[in-house]
Each structure stands twice: as C-alpha cells, then as structure tokens.
Write a protein that binds this ligand. Structure first.
Ligand code: ZN
Ligand code: ZN
Ligand code: FE
Length: 748
C-alpha cells in the first residue's frame, strides 16, 4: 500500500554553485524516485521534491552526506507544501533576484578525471590546456556577477560547439552545466609572444635555456624560470629588483617536492589539496635548487600544478620558479595587453591565452603548524569562501591594514575575506583594492552600513575609509589581531591576547608591537607590553636592524663595544649621528615592537644588519636555530602603573656576552626563541592570577615564526592554558580585517 505523495521545498546555501550541485541533486532525485525541480538563484540552490515521505527523508539526508567534493553545504532549509502532481525531475533556469548571498566557489585545481583525459591521446581534449568539468576549473577568478552561470563569467564570448553543448545538457555527463566547459574546437587557446607554432613547447624550451617566461595563469601572470639555474634565478632577481625575498617554486609531483624539501604527511595533504597553496617546507640543502631561490631561508615555498596548463608545462623532476608577475610591490598583472607593457622589462617571452581573468588572485601561502594548516597568505583556492563569524553582524566593510592588505565584507554570520591585495603603499594597489571591494559588494549583494578601519591616520586603507561617507569605526591594530584569532575560533568571552608584530598605531600615538591585552570584541585593556625603546628614523630603523640594535643596547645600558657586529656594521660617523639622534630624541619615536626586538637580536648575533624584505632579519635568525640547544635567556618582568613591563635588558646583556665569548649563533638563536616563549608563559600566568582568564590567543606577524609559535603553544598548554592560534586567516596583517569586522559588529 503506497502512502500519499508529499512535496517539500528546500533551500540549500553554501558553496553549491559551480561545483556540480544541480546535476548531483538531479541524479539523487532520479535515483530516489522523486519528481520536482532544482535551480540556482542568488541565495544558492532551490529545490522542490515530491514523492513518498520516507524517500524524501533519504533525499534530504543524502544532500548533505554525499554532496560533490567541491561543495560546502552550510545550511538546508525545508518546508512542506501542497503536492503539485509532478511526474519528472527537471533542472530549471536560474532565478535572478536583487538580494541574496549565494557563495561563489574558489577556483578548483584540475581534477583527476580531467587529468586522465588531458593525457589520453584518444580523448578529444588531449593536451588541451583549458580542460575542466563540474569538479574543477576556474570559478572566482572568472566570475563577473552572480548567479554563477556562463553569461556571467569571462567564458561568455566562447560559444560552445555542439559536442560541448551536448555534454553541458546531458544530466549524466560530468560536464552537465559546467559553466567554463570548453574544448579545442570552441574554447580558449594559448599563444606565445613572440609567436610560436607550439606555444607550450616554446615556453619549455625557453625556461630550459635559462630565460624568464611570463605565463598567464588562473588569477594572474607568473614569471617562470629554471629554479636549478643560478644564472636564470639571478637574472629574474635583477630584473624584478628583488634582492633576497624568497621565490615560490612549482614542481610536477610530490616525489619532486620530496627531492627539494622535507615533506611530512600533513604537508602532502596540503600540497595535494584542492586549494593547492604554496606550502612552506623545510628546505633541503643537498639539492639542485639554486640557493638564490630562497637565500638564507630555512624554508622553501613549493606548490603543485593546479591548472591543466601547468600540468602540460612542468615535467616530473623539474623545479620552476613561479613568482607573481608584477613589479616590486604592485598588484599582480592579469590582462594580456597590460602584461606586455608592465612585464616587458622582466620577461623574455609570454605564454598567454584569451580567457580573461576578471579577479586578480595571487597564490595562497600556507604552512603546517602542529599538524594543521597555518595560513600565511589566504588567497587563491580559499577566497572568497567566508570565514564564519561568532555572531550576527550588520553589513560591515573592514578595510584591513597596510602591508599584505585584505579586506572583509561581513553580513550575518559570513565574513567574506578578500584575496590578497598587496602592500597598500602605492596607487596601483589602492586601485586594485577599490575594484575588489566593488566586486565583493556586487557579488554578495552586501551594501555596507559601517566601515571599520585601522587607527593609523596615515594608512591608505584608513584614508580610503574616511572618504566613503559612511560611519567609520576605528580599531586599534593589536586589538584587531586578537579579535581576529578569537573570531575564527568562535570565542565570545574575553581572552589574554599576545599581539606581537612589527608595527601598529597605539592609542597613545606611539608604535606598538609587543602587546599583552585582555580583550573581548568591544574593548581591550593593555595589561602589559615590551619596555619602550626608541625607533631611530622610522623606516631607516626598520631597514637597518643594526640601528635598531644600537638603540636597544643603549636603552639596556650596554656599551656600543667594537666587538659587537651591529657596532662595526656602522661607520664612526653613523654611530655618532645615531647617538646624537637618540640622545636628543630627534626624529625618533618610542616603540614597544617585538618585531624590532627580533631585528635587534638578529643584528647583535651577527645575522643581519640590513634587510631587503619585511621580517628578513627574524626569518634568517630562525633559520639558524640549533635544535639541540636547550638553554634560554630570561626577560625581566616588572609591574608599572598596574601594567606588566617586559624588560629585554637581561636578554640583550646575555646575548652580547655570548657573542663576545664566541658562542655559536645557532645556540644564541635557540636560547632567544625559548626565552620569548617562556616570557609569554610567565606573563600569561600573572594575568591569569589577576583575572582568572585561562584562554590565550597568539596573533600578529611575529607568530609567523613557527619555531616560536610551536614552542609557546606547547609551553602554555603544559600550564593548562587553552591556546588559540590562527587556522583560517593569517596571524599577520592579512588577517586584520576579520578582527576589525568582528569588533565593529560588536560595537554596533
Ligand atoms: Zn575536472
Ligand atoms: Zn567544444
Ligand atoms: Fe600587525
């Protein structure tokens, strides 16, 4: 005896467009013997199904459980409605409504089925660099508008051939409703400048010959060269004006990755994940990779191919530098005509194609900390998937900081973090920022009512915020860092936050960066900080750790003795000027920056007196750590005006003495890192005694240092603290916008 039919209307939200969700629903409905329809709209996917109640329940359960691998179901809504006596199941046209926040899928690496076809001489897409299907291919970077349908993407100019169209229309096909579906007959093509019969072979030949080739990829151009050739890498460095800052490399497979770096299981999982980030791996020194790729660095950024074009270009065993195609700190180049203009002095030739990149998107950089992902740059493959917020937010735009800029468009429980925009120090980057904000507002149909920005009056992102004729909530930099790590963990109660970085504008107008806060979203109390020392000459002090070292030595009352490396690094005249500058306080500003303390220590230990990229002195100090060393240096902690003041003088005295005594730099580096970790534990215990708080959050660029973060986390856990470290957004300023958004939401 059959029961009367029931009809149910379902709404599915999350990443359910561009990932084969409608075909999946179609197949599921047909298998379960249900009638009705499915379609996309700006909120996600709408479904009506009709049939026996038990079958309907099975259908709903399977929606979540067996969704396509690239889908992320956030929420399923359901209501019973009167039966309509449907007899078939259909896919219906998309609805275009004026509101809604359908999620746009991040770009997806080439799937295994497509790779198999790519290398199958009998397949019609054999060797076709734009092969894709509902499980893989470009998404975010080609999407101009939502809903995600072909006319709303940069695939719009390509008209599908009959064969492609048949796949696109066949519910049983892997390319059913695959919006970027294409083949050599009808889709995008590659070409070389200067022209070549076989553009891919030409690029391979040129890279092998030591040339620099500009290659158009998914989210922008890369500059590629042979990573095993000192000459090629040096040429690229010279042309790019990039002295030491590490380059990322691409290798064809895990086996080749193992030959250039140490890779554990968690790192393999990350390397081969569908996001395909650059993974920072411990560098092997016994390899063919040129030392010039990441000089003085303990890590090498490695990624695997994520587009079919990469797969055709790089063969097993080869190691290619693949660095963002831009000049110095400008945004990544995405357009063909722009490339020839802006990359003209950098590249010997170009491998381009005619599928437009609508959204510039740099490669993501992720590392593994204690077995799990630890983001350094969250961009391609991750953006624009939202970070869940711990509470409902009104529509807010948070404009982030200055370096490694990202923004966050928040509404409800979604924090849409942008892709990496770059260092907001020039008009090109500001332009890119303005564009990206406009795109997010259109894409997610969130019209901000409030803007959150950094407190720093000089940041371009702050000035931009002030021009938008909307209320602006100013957020202190280090508070934003702590709110960011709280928000991504869904923590609501106050925590003890260690906010350690290079620089951030303090509420007293000085440069902060070694801050201990007791914070929730609405407010913070600065319960401790590093002893202030003078930053002599702003930028000059940042670029010259030797100057910072001398300032620190002076504050600590340590002689500028000739046998200390930063002292001999400066001329008599420089030292004399510096002494006058510090004594009179000319062009100096007090700073509590932990980043500058790392710089000073790096200089005193003889590692770096001058830097060419951000954090170089600290990175090279970390790289030299002697892991067998178990000694430590001890900070003094005093209480002044009810606030803990961390005094590095005893540490600096010990280091100076060790340097003079000829203690190896690796030992000094190890002792210093352990000393900082122990200082954090000691001060956290004092704050716990006073406040009863037991959760500690670690944020700020200093915690990109995994040796420090790992040691600190372990020591805190041992003393029964609950420790929050970043897992979804970076600890550096790339994660700032999330904290700003959470704070602005809480204050509304
Ligand atoms: Zn595929
Ligand atoms: Zn075709
Ligand atoms: Fe910061």
């Amino acid at each position: 005896m059959s029961t009367p039919p029931v009809r149910r209307r379902l709404r599915v939200s999350g990443i359910v467009q561009g990932v084969g969700f409608r075909p999946f629903v179609y197949g599921l409905a047909v298998d379960t013997g249900l009638a009705g329809f499915v379609g996309n709209d700006t909120d996600g996917v709408f479904i009506e199904v009709e049939g026996e109640a038990a079958a309907l329940d099975r259908f709903v359960a399977a929606l979540e459980e067996s969704a396509p691998q690239a889908a992320r179901v956030q929420w399923i809504g359901s209501e019973d409605i009167p039966p309509a006596a449907d007899t078939t199941f259909r896919i219906v046209a998309s609805h275009h409504a004026a509101t809604g926040t359908a999620l746009v899928s991040p770009d997806l690496r080439t799937c295994d089925d497509c790779l198999r076809e790519l290398h199958d001489p009998d397949d019609r897409r054999f060797g076709y660099p734009f092969i894709n299907c509902t499980n893989c291919g470009p998404r975010f970077t080609i999407t101009q508008r939502t809903p995600y349908d072909r006319p709303n993407t940069t695939m719009q100019p390509f008209e599908m051939c009959e064969t492609c169209l048949a796949e696109y229309r066949n519910p049983a096909d892997r390319r059913f409703h695959a919006q970027p579906n294409a083949c050599p007959e009808c889709g995008p093509t590659v070409r070389a400048i200067p022209p070549s019969e076989d553009p891919i072979a030409d690029a391979r030949r040129r890279v092998a010959a030591g040339e620099v080739v500009a290659i158009k990829g998914l989210g922008g151009f890369h500059l590629a060269c042979d990573a095993t050739s000192d000459r090629a890498v040096a040429l690229l460095r010279e042309r790019k004006g990039r002295v030491d800052k590490p380059f990322g490399v691409m290798v064809a497979d895990v086996e080749t990755a193992r030959s250039v770096a140490f890779v554990d299981e968690n790192e393999i999982r990350l390397l081969t994940s569908r996001e395909r980030p650059i993974v920072l791996l411990a560098k092997r020194t016994d390899t063919t990779v040129s030392e010039l790729v990441a000089p003085g660095n303990g890590y090498l950024g490695v990624m695997l191919p994520y587009t079919p074009l990469h797969d055709l270009l790089i063969e097993s065993g080869e190691v290619w530098v693949m660095t963002s195609g831009n000049l110095a700190e400008e945004p990544i180049v995405t357009q063909n005509d722009d490339a020839v203009g802006r990359l003209g002095t950098l590249a010997d030739s170009y491998l381009i194609h005619d599928r437009d990149i609508h959204v510039p998107c740099d490669d993501s950089v992720i590392r593994v900390l204690d077995g799990a992902e630890y983001p350094i740059r969250r961009s391609r493959g991750y953006a624009p998937f939202p970070v869940p917020l711990p509470f409902d937010a009104p529509p807010i735009l948070a404009t982030g900081g200055e370096l490694k800029a990202t923004f966050c468009l928040a509404a409800g429980r979604d924090g849409f973090m942008s892709q990496h925009i770059g260092d907001m120090e020039n008009l090109e980057t500001l332009d890119a920022f303005t564009h990206a904000v406009g795109h997010f507002v259109d894409l997610f149909r969130v019209e901000p009512e409030v803007i959150a920005s950094d407190l720093h009056p000089g940041y371009l992102s702050t000035r931009w915020a002030e021009k938008q004729s909307l209320p602006v909530v100013k957020v202190q930099h280090h508070h934003a860092h702590i709110a960011s790590v709280m928000a991504e963990h869904g923590v609501l109660d106050p925590i003890i936050g260690f906010s350690f970085d290079g620089t951030g504008y303090g509420t007293d107008g000085t440069v902060w960066g070694g801050e201990i806060l007791v914070a929730d979203y609405e407010r913070f109390e600065r319960v401790g900080h590093l002893e202030p020392t003078l930053l002599p000459g702003g930028d000059a002090a940042v670029k010259h750790p030797a100057r910072m070292a001398l300032s620190h030595l002076r504050t600590a009352g340590i002689q500028w003795a000739d046998d200390l490396p930063p002292v001999c690094a400066l001329t008599d005249e420089d030292r004399h000027l510096l002494e006058t500058q510090l004594a009179r306080g000319v062009n100096t500003i007090p700073t509590t920056s932990m980043g500058r303390l790392f710089d000073a220590v790096s200089a005193i230990a003889g590692v770096r007196q001058e830097i060419t990229y951000e954090a170089q002195a600290a990175i090279e100090l970390e790289a030299l750590i002697d892991v067998s060393e178990s000694g430590t240096y001890t900070f003094a902690v005093a209480e002044r005006d009810e606030s803990l003041v961390i005094d590095p003088s005893p540490v600096l005295r010990s280091i100076a003495a060790d340097v003079v005594a000829g203690v190896p730099v690796g030992v000094i580096a190890a002792r210093f890192h352990r000393g900082v970790a122990e200082m954090i534990v000691k001060t956290a215990e004092r704050v716990r005694r006073r406040t009863g708080l037991t959760t500690v959050g670690l944020s700020g660029g200093v915690f990109q240092n995994v040796t420090l973060t790992h040691a600190t986390r372990a020591a805190l856990t041992e003393r029964n603290f609950e420790v929050l470290v970043h897992r979804l957004v970076p600890p550096n300023d790339g994660g700032l916008a999330l904290g700003q958004a959470a704070i602005a939401a809480a204050r509304r």
